[in-house]
Design a protein around this ligand. Structure first.
Ligand SMILES: [Zn+2]
Length: 340
């Protein structure tokens, strides 16, 4: 690899201004690529994605708080000091970094590799449709986890604005009464619960699994970067069951927990599963529940899941043990129960 090219890339990281914000960093990388485009071969794997990234409007797409693990103060060490042996490796580092700064992760499991990090993308513009793409294996699927039945002709990241408007159109469809002083997430939880009941009654037996697991559009959080609001969702389910004891929501909830155990192969989904069980037990201890679950049977599930898949989790996340210990301590502290 040409040493002058490599040094000019390293220079990006010597200028503090370039790392003062995600937007500044994004622009600095794009500028360097544009100035040095002739060093990349048009046939390289990442060139298509690079062209998409170079054409994005930074104000619309670059995320202000990054959820894909990029820490600006660490970027020099991570990609700015490495002696790339070829331009293809350098291109890959740049494209992955730019992509991480403009794509929003979904708490969903890849139906192909089971471990991958799913991101929201918009395909086949101008008509356009938001789907999920696995950042690890490239598998794409619909937001509800079903198979994509159309060919991808073009794609780009889905912006925060597009994800918000997608939620708003769902709100319109549900024609939910909006009470002014009501918390947005509570309203969203009610709406999602109604949608799940409707979907389940119409034959989608996975609807409650997606709802409890917060997969794709079922994520209960009005702000896309926020985590799935498990507590608000559970409060909503218990409140709905209290109002209508024939709603079978207690059964749907237990059934969903059962299924979630078999598919929670990623850290985000395992985290949601543990959080759901923890909050349910907490509610039962406080007496704010309208139905109860079989605690011993339920606790058995994460224990077995963790024990039999420890190596798989560790493969995708080397600090798994530390992470699990933190989760475990938190559950012990809040409800006195050991999940491992
Ligand atoms: Zn995958």
């Amino acid at each position: 690899m040409n040493i002058d090219v490599l040094n000019s890339f390293k220079n990006i990281f010597m200028n503090y201004d370039n790392l003062s914000s995600f937007k500044a960093y994004y622009l600095a990388l794009c500028k360097w690529v544009k100035d040095n485009k002739e060093v990349f071969d048009a046939n390289m794997d990442d060139m298509v994605r690079l062209d998409i990234l170079l054409s994005l409007d930074v104000d619309e797409y670059v995320l202000e708080c990054n959820t894909n693990g990029i820490v600006l103060s660490n970027e020099k060490k991570r990609i700015g000091e490495y002696d790339y042996s070829d331009t293809e490796g350098l291109l890959m580092a740049i494209v992955d970094t730019l992509w991480d700064m403009v794509t929003i992760s979904a708490d969903a499991d890849c139906q192909n590799c089971y471990y991958g990090d799913m991101r929201y993308i918009k395909i086949n513009n101008p008509k356009g449709k938001i789907v999920l793409e696995c950042n690890d294996c490239g598998h794409a699927m619909n937001l509800d986890g079903t198979a994509l039945n159309e060919e991808i002709i073009n794609y780009m990241p889905a912006s925060q604005t597009e994800l918000k408007s997608q939620r708003n159109s769902l709100k319109e469809k549900m024609k939910t009464h909006i009470v002014d002083d009501e918390n947005d997430d509570e309203m969203l939880a009610k709406m999602l619960l109604n949608a799940a009941r409707h979907a389940y009654d119409n034959g989608n037996k996975m609807a409650f699994v997606a709802l409890i697991g917060g997969q794709g559009p079922w994520k209960c959080a009005t702000i896309p970067e926020m985590p799935h609001q498990v507590d608000i969702l559970l409060d909503t389910i218990h409140a709905a069951y209290a109002e209508d004891k024939d709603s079978m929501l207690d059964l749907r909830f237990c059934e969903a927990l059962d299924k979630l155990v078999t598919i929670s192969m990623t850290i985000p989904s395992l985290s949601i599963l543990i959080d759901t069980i923890r909050y349910e037990i907490e509610k039962e201890q406080k007496g704010t529940n309208s139905f109860s679950i079989d605690k011993e049977k339920t606790l058995d599930r994460p224990r077995k899941l963790i024990n039999s898949n420890r190596e798989i989790y560790k493969n995708g996340f080397s600090e798994f043990d530390e992470w699990l210990e933190n989760e475990r301590n938190y559950v012990i502290k809040t409800c006195g129960i050991d999940i491992t």
